[in-house]
Design a protein around this ligand. Sequence first.
Ligand code: HEC
Length: 173
Amino acid sequence: MITMPRVALAILALASSTAVALAQPGAPQPDYHPSFGDLMTFAVQPRHIKLGVAGRARNWPYAAYEASELRNAFNRIGRTVPTYRQQAIPDMFASAIVPSMDKLDAAIKAKDGKAFDAAYRSVTASCNNCHAGLDHAYIVIREPSVSPYADQNLTGGSNTGLARSKPKQASVQ
Ligand code: HEC
């Protein structure tokens, strides 16, 4: 029988034990601690976009849902990252964004398109005021002109979410 060199055996043993550790269900996973910027990027920014697209299309049920999601995201961020540069994040949100979110909710509840447009503009301005106030004036949020979410119907129009115009009639041959 051919004997493997000791080093090769050791490497094999290490590789297989690592594989077992990785594959084991319930094995401790390293914690991922999202930064404030991460949370803004994946919990706030997409919801701000979706809310803008849905509101412009006057898709009130969805806008109501997403406005609540955005508000809750701010609450969760405040719990995950309680302070930023020694300032309490929940207090910052309460003064910086909650008043314009309240206006937005009222507009959605009243199904008032004009009020929505004004409130959404004020929410977007609040995002930017906070960025500027915290030395991030170069993070400029604007109202989305199109949805980047090709797989989601945000306008409440047709079920397909594709063009809202009438589909072309199939030509009868
Ligand atoms: C309480 C203040 C505050 C409010 C309100 C706020 N932000 Fe932020 N945001 C920040 C700070 C501070 C950063 C930078 C975090 C860092 O990188 O340390 C940031 C970062 C971001 C980023 C990351 C930028 C990038 O390109 O990586 C995005 C996107 C963002 N914010 C979107 C928004 C949107 C959209 C809103 C409004 C709906 C909003 N923010 C409201 C404080 C705020």
